[in-house]
Write a protein that binds this ligand. Structure first.
Ligand SMILES: [Cu+2]
Length: 554
């Protein structure tokens, strides 16, 4: 047992170590959040556990239960899956008793849904959860009032271009005994998406309980590259967790039992595909790892103990133009990284995947002997054409705000200064291009995710925050910084760094209707850092971007 430690990697360390304008926020607010005042729960110290005694589990591939007519063309039959959310018990470590969790089909991560670009499918998400939550619901949060059932669920497929009625709108939750049928057209490029709960006001608790899984889309362009497949392609779903000394999941609460919400959850244990400190036996060859950060708030900074380079070959929305060699892989909540690791020349070695340089996450055991592996990474992957800024019909200027109580505790976060319930202000027209300029007025990195669309990061630029507060004028301090090469592909989640304006550009293609955009720190998302947005049909062009400033103003 140990008292709660906050010594692990925080988002602020992440900013400092990411090398991006290191001195720009020289006076960080003391992070005396409510979390720091919270009652220290009895917590398992993972350093007391044996390392690398459990093999890495590989989530099963979801199996369809027949076919059903397509909702858009009844003559077309689509694969139909039924995935049930329920409670189950599973050991996260050999030496711990089974932990009560929530998952899909009795697992967390749930089964991996595998499909191909253009091959639509149907999933019936069935809520078979118990009627009491595993964790304390904060009824003060919007949408989680005492008038709402304690256990509710709705599933969103993160990164998918889907009609609005299948997007898992946070208010479209359903209770145990009910289900929702969602249609995923999959008209998009190969990428690893992920499905997870998105319920208004309790999303952080539902995902933390285990309601998430991977969704892998493939296409011919990817096939032609000859990347590692089968047992050489491994999903790694990383989740920041904390356990009681009895091996049960624990989620920290504030000292106020009537308001248990905390501004961010940081645990001390990293689950990889549901296990603590797993190991994976590998050949001395080339592997592909599909990483997902499914944590509530933890940012990962991953590296290999062998010091070898990792090739990042893809990001949230698919392949990069070319492999990017990197010693460190940075991953915010919600982000994915497609990695290639070459174990040739490492026969007989035990290589540890570390977070934050020395925090052990998992181990690769490379078999002895030479490899007959002839696989190699192609020098070019998938060409990406930049969306020119001139294609944008306008720029939306959107602030990221945090509000503290008199003691300096973060109490509320807003996008564009607006609450969830306020009228829609972001209303792009279908098939138009817009630039969204995210002005981060906080001390935190916020991973901002837009539903429906993929986007490109244009740049990040330091600005004078004091001048902005005083006059509302954006006064830039330095030249814009281009995205890191590992981010220079299609994204759906962008790290909006503190005291910077982060600009993204997107074509709002797909479907008209109501979607959301939000911070992917789940505690922020649950406390108002989420807004609805509406894609207007092409005919409804009146008032488009009425909220936007001219594209050339910035
Ligand atoms: Cu946030």
């Amino acid at each position: 047992m140990q008292r709660k430690s906050k010594t692990l990697f925080t988002r602020r360390d992440f900013v400092r170590s990411s090398g991006l304008i290191a001195a720009a926020w020289a006076a960080p607010r003391a992070f005396a959040s409510a979390a720091a005042n919270a009652l220290p729960p009895a917590t398992l110290d993972p350093s007391t556990l044996a390392r690398f005694v459990d093999p890495l589990p590989i989530p099963k591939t979801a199996q369809p239960g027949g076919t059903r007519p397509s909702p858009v063309d009844a003559s077309l039959k689509l694969r139909y899956y039924r995935l049930a959310m329920g409670e189950f018990e599973s050991r996260v470590h050999r030496d711990l008793p089974p932990a009560r969790q929530w998952g899909f089909q009795g697992g967390s991560p749930g089964p991996t849904i595998e499909t191909r670009s253009g091959e639509g499918l149907l999933v019936e998400w069935a809520n078979e959860l118990p009627r009491r939550h595993l964790f304390a619901v904060d009824h003060n949060l919007h949408g989680a009032g005492r008038d709402k059932p304690e256990v509710r669920a709705v599933v969103h497929l993160h990164g998918a271009k889907v009609p609005p009625e299948s997007d898992g709108y946070p208010e479209n939750w359903f209770v145990p005994g009910k289900s929702a049928l969602c249609y995923y057209p999959n008209r998009q490029q190969a990428a690893m998406l992920w499905y997870h709960d998105h319920t208004m006001g309790i999303n952080r608790l539902n995902i933390y309980a285990g309601l998430l899984g991977a969704y892998i889309l493939r296409d011919e362009t990817e096939d032609a590259l000859g990347l590692p497949r089968g047992d050489r392609e491994i999903p790694l779903v990383l989740c920041d967790r904390e356990f009681t000394p009895e091996g049960q999941l624990s989620y920290e609460v504030s000292p106020d039992p009537d308001a248990p919400w905390i501004p961010e959850f940081y645990g001390n244990a990293t689950l990889v595909n549901g296990k603590l400190f797993p190991y994976l036996d590998v050949q001395a060859g080339l592997y592909r790892f599909r990483l997902l950060n499914g944590s509530n708030a933890r940012f990962f900074d991953l590296s290999l103990s062998s010091g070898q380079s990792i090739s990042q070959i893809g990001t949230d929305q698919g392949l990069l133009p070319a492999p990017v060699p990197a010693k460190r892989i940075l991953l915010a909540p919600g982000e994915r990284a497609d990695l290639a690791i070459d174990f040739r020349g490492h026969g007989g070695e035990q290589i540890v995947l570390n977070d934050d340089e020395s925090k052990e996450v998992m181990q690769f055991r490379v078999v002895r002997g030479p490899s007959s592996d002839r696989l190699s990474l192609p020098p070019q992957l998938r060409p990406i054409t930049g969306i020119p800024e001139s294609a944008a019909v306008g720029t939306r200027t959107l602030t990221l705000n945090e509000y503290d109580d008199p003691k300096g505790n973060s109490m509320l976060m807003l996008l564009g200064g607006a609450y969830w319930h306020m009228p829609v202000t972001e209303n792009p027209t279908l098939d138009t291009v817009e630039i969204w300029s995210l002005i981060n007025l906080t001390e935190d990195v916020h991973p901002i995710h837009l539903h429906l669309v993929r986007f490109q990061i244009l740049d990040r630029r330091p600005f004078d925050r004091f001048a902005y507060f005083a006059t509302g004028e954006l006064r830039y301090m330095r030249a814009p910084l281009p995205p890191d090469p590992t981010e220079a592909g299609w994204k759906d989640t962008v790290r909006a760094l503190p005291h910077l304006v982060t600009r993204i550009i997107a074509r709002f293609e797909g479907y008209p209707g109501r979607y959301v955009w939000h911070c992917h720190i789940l505690e922020h998302e649950d406390n108002e850092m989420m807004r609805p947005y509406e894609v207007l049909p092409r005919s409804a062009t009146v008032g488009v971007a009425s909220h936007a400033t001219d594209a050339h103003q910035l």
